[in-house]
Design a protein around this ligand. Structure first.
Ligand SMILES: [Zn+2]
Length: 247
């Protein structure tokens, strides 16, 4: 095989390796993203639960306080009913009124806390629903990732071997050049040299479409053992009929 034919086979196997790696990486990224979203939701869930506990505790304290005030009010009512001294009666009545106002305020506060608990419980149900949905998506995503790992893993091992032997047929200098361009263009290291009008000697790079000097065609056609690159994008050029004929 010629150098160019060897480069083309390396290119083909390299593209497959990159595509498979890409598939695996995107499956991994997807699962990681779902996991991040799940932990955000878990955080929201824990936060809502802790707020509920706080409001419930405050409400319980206020209920107890209201009970204490109520007991005092009842004592005062008894005192009021048995009071014979007008001055004492007025004093008890005044304290009683004050305590009733205070108790109303405490009870309003308790209601407000319980209202917040209700709102948070509704929010909690919503977050739990979202979390359950996320868990489902994550389970499917993880199963797909596992499948992808198995499929891609074995195929990738084969392809890595193929890539190794394809690369071994190519001299170091050209192999380095190939790897540089392949990394630059994410695997698209080669471009077909296309004749737009062979009679007029008009040629372009099949990938970047820039016009190529006819010397490029001449060099490649006369010696398929030299790597010729596109003047514009620096991809390694090949001529399909020559490559096919020579291989
Ligand atoms: Zn080009």
């Amino acid at each position: 095989m010629t150098l160019i034919a060897d480069l083309v086979s390396l290119h083909q196997v390299d593209a497959q390796v990159r595509a498979l790696r890409g598939r695996l990486e995107s499956a991994q990224k997807y699962v990681a993203m779902q996991e991040r979203q799940r932990s955000l939701l878990q955080g929201r869930l824990e936060e809502a639960k802790s707020q509920i506990r706080q409001y419930q505790a405050t409400a319980a304290n206020q209920e107890a306080e209201s009970g204490t005030v109520k007991a005092r009010i009842e004592t005062l009512r008894v005192q009021l009913n048995t009071s014979t001294n007008p001055k004492q009666y007025a004093a008890v009545l005044s304290e009683l009124k004050g305590l009733q106002t205070k108790r109303d305020e405490i009870d309003d506060g308790t209601l407000a806390q319980l209202q917040k608990v209700e709102e948070l419980q509704a929010k909690l149900v919503e977050v739990e629903k979202l979390l359950a949905e996320r868990e489902q998506v994550l389970t499917v995503g993880k199963a797909e990732l596992d499948m992808c790992r198995t499929e891609v893993g074995s195929r990738l091992a084969e392809l890595d071997l193929e890539r190794g032997s394809a690369a071994a047929r190519i001299p170091q200098r050209e192999r380095d050049a190939f790897n540089r361009v392949a990394d630059l263009y994410d695997g698209e290291a080669m471009a077909e040299l296309v004749a737009i009008d062979a009679r007029r000697r008009e040629y372009v790079c099949g990938v970047c479409n820039m016009e190529l000097p006819p010397e490029k065609y001449a060099a490649l056609a006369s010696n398929p053992n030299t790597a010729v690159t596109c003047t514009s994008c620096h991809r390694i050029l090949f001529i399909s009929e020559i490559t096919t004929a020579a291989s």
